[in-house]
Design a protein around this ligand. Structure first.
Ligand code: ZN
Length: 389
C-alpha cells in the first residue's frame, strides 16, 4: 500500500461525474464543448473543466496541474494552425488519397503489385480508422462543433463501422474521464477472460473487422430509432462502398474474394490495436471511484507511453503511442501537438518526481503474456494511492 499526501487526493469538486453515471445521451449533441469532451472554441488551451469549475477552483488554481497547463497553454498559443491541426489533417487526407492507388494495384495480376495494393489499403484503412476515429472522437479535427460531429459520424460510423454515440461515450465520457477508476474507466471492456492468452493476444484480434459492426448492432437498442437507422445506413455505406469498388474498380471476380480482401486489409493492424489499448493502462495502478487521486496523479500513475515507432506513430497517432500520457493530461490536443508538448510534460513531471511511465512494446507484450491471468482474467487490485480509506 502506498500512502500519499492529502493534496494528492481528489476532492468532489474535481470530479467529472462523482457517480460515474454518464448523462443520458438522447437530445444531446455528440460533443459537450463545456464538458469532458473537446473544449469550447477559443478555450482549446485552457485547463479541463474539472480544474477550473466549481468550488474547488480556487484551491486548484495553483495546483501542479494548473502550472503544467499554463506551460502547455503557452506552447499551444505559439503554435500555428498547421502545427495544431494541419499536420494531422494532412496525414488523414494522404491516407484517403492513397486509396485510388490501392484499388488500382489490387486490380493487378502480378503477385507483388497485388500484395502492395493490400499493404497500401491496409495502412490507409489503419490510419483512417485508428488515428482518424480517435481524433474525431475527441472533436480534434475541427474547431467547429457541427463539423466535429460530422467528422465523428464519418470516421467512426462510415469508416470504422461502429456507432459514433457509443464510441464517443465509451472513449471520452468513460475512458478519459475515469481513467483506471475501477468499474468505470478500468479498461475491463477489453478483457475476454474466457479466451486463452495466445488466442486473445494473437488470434482473436483478427476477428475485429467482423466483431466491430456486430457489437455496434448490439448497441443500437439503446439508441433512438432515428439514430439507430442513421448508424446502420452509415456503416452499410462504408462497408458496401469498399466492396463495390473492389468488384468494379479492382475487378475482383467473386464476392467471396472481395470480402476476404476486405477482411485482410481491415484486420492488418487490429492486433497492435488491441495490444496498445491494454498495454498502456492495464497492470498500472487502479483507483477506487470514491477515493481517487487528483487528475495529475491519476493520469501519471495510470497511463504509460510506448516508445516512438514510425509505423505506429503514423497509423495510430502519437496520442495513442508515444504521447499517451500527454494525451490523457490534455485530451484536446492533436497528435502533433502532443508530440510538441511531450518534452515540456516529461521534464515537468520528472522534475517534480511524478511518474512518467514508459516501456517498450516487446517488454509489455512479454509482461502480458507471462502475467495474463493476473492482468486480463482476475479483477485488478485497487492501488492505495488514495491513501487509507
Ligand atoms: Zn483519447
Amino acid at each position: 500500500m502506498q500512502t500519499v499526501p492529502e493534496k494528492w487526493r481528489d476532492t468532489p469538486s474535481d470530479r467529472v461525474d462523482e457517480k460515474g453515471a454518464p448523462a443520458p445521451w438522447e437530445g444531446q449533441t455528440l460533443f459537450q464543448r463545456n464538458g469532458t469532451g473537446a473544449p469550447a472554441k477559443g478555450a482549446s488551451d485552457a485547463a479541463s473543466p474539472e480544474e477550473v469549475s466549481g468550488k474547488g477552483a480556487e484551491a486548484e488554481r495553483e495546483s501542479l496541474m494548473m502550472e503544467l497547463t499554463r506551460l502547455v497553454q503557452r506552447t499551444v498559443k505559439e503554435s500555428s494552425w498547421w502545427e495544431r491541426r494541419g499536420i494531422d489533417c494532412a496525414i488523414l487526407a494522404a491516407a484517403f488519397l492513397t486509396l485510388p492507388v490501392a484499388f488500382y494495384l489490387l486490380s493487378s495480376s502480378q503477385v507483388l503489385l497485388f500484395a502492395l495494393g493490400m499493404l497500401v489499403m491496409g495502412v490507409a484503412h489503419g490510419i483512417i480508422t485508428i488515428k482518424g476515429t480517435h481524433l474525431a472522437s475527441h472533436g480534434s479535427l475541427s474547431e467547429s462543433q457541427a463539423w466535429g460531429e460530422f467528422w465523428a459520424v464519418f470516421f467512426i460510423e462510415v469508416c470504422g463501422s461502429f456507432t459514433a454515440r457509443t464510441g464517443v461515450q465509451a472513449h471520452i465520457k468513460m475512458h478519459h474521464a475515469h481513467t483506471n477508476v475501477i468499474g468505470l474507466g478500468d479498461s475491463s471492456t477489453w478483457k475476454a477472460p474466457f479466451l486463452p492468452r495466445s488466442i486473445y493476444l494473437f488470434i482473436a484480434p483478427l476477428a475485429m473487422p467482423i466483431m466491430t459492426p456486430l457489437v455496434a448492432l448490439g448497441q443500437l437498442k439503446d439508441h433512438s430509432l432515428a439514430l439507430a437507422l442513421r448508424t446502420v445506413l452509415m456503416v452499410a455505406l462504408g462497408v458496401y462502398s469498399q466492396y463495390w469498388l473492389l468488384l468494379h474498380v479492382s475487378g475482383f471476380q467473386s464476392p467471396a474474394s472481395a470480402l476476404l480482401c476486405m477482411l485482410v486489409c481491415r484486420a492488418m493492424f487490429s492486433m497492435p490495436y488491441i495490444h496498445v489499448n491494454i498495454f498502456q493502462h492495464i497492470g498500472l495502478p487502479m483507483f477506487s471511484p470514491t477515493r481517487r487521486p487528483k487528475r495529475i496523479y491519476q493520469m501519471t500513475h495510470g497511463v504509460l507511453n510506448l516508445p516512438r515507432n514510425p509505423l505506429l506513430d503514423w497509423i495510430f497517432g502519437h496520442s495513442l503511442i508515444n504521447c499517451h500520457v500527454e494525451h490523457h493530461l490534455f485530451p484536446f490536443l492533436s497528435d502533433n501537438m502532443c508530440l510538441k508538448v511531450k518534452p515540456i510534460v516529461s521534464k515537468y513531471l520528472k522534475e517534480r518526481e511524478l511518474p512518467y511511465q514508459e516501456d517498450s512494446y516487446v517488454s509489455r507484450l512479454r509482461l502480458f503474456f507471462h502475467r495474463y491471468q493476473e492482468f486480463m482474467v482476475y479483477a485488478p487490485p485497487i492501488t492505495e494511492l488514495v491513501g487509507v480509506q
